[in-house]
Ligand binder design. Sequence first.
Ligand code: NDP
Ligand code: 8X3
Length: 257
Amino acid sequence: MENLKNKTVFITGATSGIGKSCAYAFAKNGSNLIISARRENLIREIAEDICQKYGVKVYAFKMDVRNKAEVENAIKSLPQEWKQVDILINNAGLALGLNKFYEDDPQNWDVMIDTNVKGLLYVTHALLPGMIERKSGHIINIGSIAGHSAYPKGAVYCATKFAVDAITQSLRMDTIDKGILVSTIDPGLVETNFSNVRFSGDADKAKNVYKGLTPLTGDDIADAVIYCASRPPHVNIAEITLLAARQASATIVYREE
Ligand code: NDP
Ligand code: 8X3
């Protein structure tokens, strides 16, 4: 996409899955990248690989989106040439556990809310003033089908993704006169490291989530993100929902034996 060339794209959670796919997809389209995650070595390795493969500029650093001061400092101390962020992909996120509410561990709730909701707010709040000043910018949140309808044992993860949807809608209203676009990409079942994280590294449980169907991939989601980010200036994609072909809703999935 010609209009993504030389754009500066800021992606959170780019060490794995959807965020990593987005990093490669934007680089392939000639965008320069600011990428971050908690795993510092990995984010630097990915940055090096992208630079080598696509010849774009990549600025990589460690950032835990839950840490407000770390987020504010990291964004405040971006080198001058990286201060003008055109596109923000709020991707960092996770689910922890799949348990009935009354059997769940409240510590999981804190991590999910701090990452998926508060982290997204901190990063957006830190980058928005520059976008408002320049009267230009695009914020693309990675929501979920879990933000459209809740499912059993997912009270808090679903609540965080409902929150992402509400924040997306409200932010679009608040910035409508500022030249800023706000969008959400809401996937269904995507096979990434998501289920490994959700089930604390239990590979069999994670694999089982995608049993009997072909799930979406991180690259499928990156495709939608690229589409959303590359429309002509008079178009805003408010929301894209992507499901695996054999998935009808958050809870209805057809699995072949
Ligand atoms: P992955 O586990 O593969 O990737 C998650 C990414 O988020 C990693 O790069 C991880 O990096 C980063 N991350 C997690 N916590 C933090 C944190 N506190 N600070 C900074 N980065 C963090 O999962 P996905 O790619 O699937 O998930 C990406 C997004 O997509 C999430 O918001 C998820 O809710 C959403 N989503 C996923 C779906 C799926 O089925 N997979 C479907 C719908 C939405 P690191 O560990 O290095 O910090
Ligand atoms: C991830 C999709 O349905 O596994 O947001 O919660 S789901």
